[in-house]
Design a protein around this ligand. Structure first.
Ligand code: 6PG
Length: 484
């Protein structure tokens, strides 16, 4: 009889298969199961052949093949399939056994599932896994949360298969209770959306304002990837721009409509619920929505012809340097917003998030991995209570040096009719955040004028509310004050 397995994995799509191969390569014995059992045989006789991987043809067989406490990891589509498998697994599991969801589940679902599974005497982990197919195989970033007592049981496997940074530290650590792991993965994905859109805006400026071709742009991204912007997304952009099909760049043939599976949208929605100005990421979601309206845009391009035609007669080299600074500055702002949201969520949901560790988890293996996350880790290690990344001494100096580039690039884009929703959201946030006196005094006056919503005064202590009878017809009664 084969030795009992360390872990079972359900779901043999590419992420599931690659995670299993990764686990096996690190010395773990794995059982693989899939609802369509043909896939199990194909895998065991194909990519898994000759390895310490057992195929199971039923849930019973899967459970029977596992060491106690049993660990079963779901690598299935987020949503109903996860709930269905939980129901199928529960009757076969014993007290203390662990169900793990490694898909992109929405964190409130994970929160609910942790409570439900724990109520059955079992333990539950909802974990973000980032890095795409290659990451799953060679070392992903793993962000687990849920039943804390289950962490020590899965830690050797998770940290064993995770990506490692230069000093050997794994890009995986315990995130927190309930849905904390999936929450952090959601924010990761939101940041991923923002980073991608920012690169796309820079690309359009290079192409349409500077008239650069794919090879020229490839050279610039190559150069940037050797400096402070060094990151996986810059690296793949460099390679995409160099990729030719029949001698011409494939990028020029790809339809300009973006897809999305929903994690970016969740990030924006949750930011609105928390009242956090997550403007850059949310704009990146809307940018994808606008891109998807291809037919409407084509029609509008024939009607709304008024507007500038891109042209450039300045110093090209200088503008490219400004583009680099703009990208860097906007990235810092986006991460500052993302971290601000995590702080707010931690308070709201009672999580104790370690922001330095989150940066370390994102430093390698995941889609947003970059050199710059090392600086973010340092910022939070130096001050775990940092209210905003922009206020960290290192980033404050950096952003002040780069903000001029972001400002000039955004202005140039607007004067040339190039849409830059994320770059402009970035500079607007920077200017808004550093403005001591915003025009919300007028807004409060308007609210009080038409709805007696009251206002606070500069010449009175905070928390004291006033109402003015603006028209002489309103009386002295004010509505109650409340915040959302
Ligand atoms: C990752 C990615 C991944 C994500 C895809 C698709 O961290 O490996 O974030 O989890 O699901 O990139 O996302 P969209 O289809 O929404 O672009």
């Amino acid at each position: 009889m084969a030795a009992l397995s360390d872990i079972g994995v359900i779901g043999l799509a590419v992420m599931g298969e690659n995670l299993i191969l990764n686990m096996e390569s690190k010395g773990f014995q794995v059982t693989a199961y899939n609802r369509t059992v043909d896939k199990v045989d194909n895998f065991v006789n194909g990519r898994a052949k000759g390895k310490n991987i057992t195929g199971a043809h039923s849930i019973e067989e899967l459970i029977g093949s596992l060491k106690s406490p049993r660990k079963v990891m779901l690598m299935v589509k987020a949503g109903k399939p996860v709930d269905d498998f939980i129901e199928l697994l529960i009757p076969h599991l014993d007290k203390g056994d662990i169900i793990i969801d490694g898909g992109n589940s929405h964190f409130p679902d994970t929160e609910r599932r942790v409570n439900y599974v724990e109520s059955k005497g079992l333990r539950y982990i909802g974990t973000g896994v980032s890095g795409g197919e290659e990451g799953a195989l060679l070392g992903p970033s793993i962000m687990p949360g849920g039943s804390k007592e289950a962490w020590e049981e899965v830690k050797p496997i998770f940290q064993g298969i995770a990506a490692k940074v230069d000093d050997g530290a794994p890009c995986c650590d315990w995130v927190g209770d309930g849905g904390a792991g999936h929450f952090v993965k959601m924010v990761h994905n939101g940041i991923e959306y923002g980073d991608m859109q920012l690169i796309c805006e820079i690309y359009q400026l290079m192409k349409d304002v500077l008239g650069m071709n794919a090879d020229e742009m490839h050279e610039i991204f190559k150069e940037w990837n050797e400096g402070e912007l060094d990151s996986y997304l810059i690296e793949i952009t460099r390679d995409i721009l160099a990729y030719k099909e029949d001698g011409t760049p494939i990028i020029d043939k790809i339809l300009d409509t973006a897809g999305q599976k929903g994690t970016g949208k969740w990030t924006g929605t949750v930011a609105l619920e928390l009242g956090i100005p997550l403007t850059l990421i949310t704009e990146s979601v809307f940018a994808r929505c606008l891109s998807a309206l291809k037919d409407e845009r084509v029609a509008a391009s024939k009607v709304l012809t008024a507007g500038p035609k891109p042209s450039f007669d300045g110093d090209k080299k200088q503008f490219i340097d400004q583009l680099r600074d703009a990208l860097y500055a906007a990235k810092v702002i986006s991460y500052a917003q993302g971290y601000q949201m995590m702080r707010s969520a931690a308070k709201e949901y009672g999580w104790e998030l370690n922001y330095g560790n989150i940066a370390l988890m994102w430093r390698g293996g995941c889609i947003i991995r970059s050199r710059f996350l090392g600086n973010i880790k340092e910022a939070f290690d130096n001050n775990p209570d940092l209210t905003n990344l922009l206020l960290d001494p290192y980033f404050a100096e950096k952003i002040q040096a780069c903000q001029d580039g972001l400002r000039k690039v955004t202005a140039t884009a607007m004067l040339n009719g190039i849409p830059v929703p994320c770059l402009s959201a970035g500079i607007n946030y920077y200017d808004g955040y550093r403005t001591e006196r915003l025009p919300a005094n007028l807004l409060q006056a308007q609210r009080d004028y038409f709805g007696a919503h009251t206002y606070e005064r500069l010449d009175q202590p905070r928390g004291k509310y006033f109402h003015t009878n603006w028209t002489g017809r309103g009386g002295e009664t004010s509505s109650t004050s409340y915040g959302v």
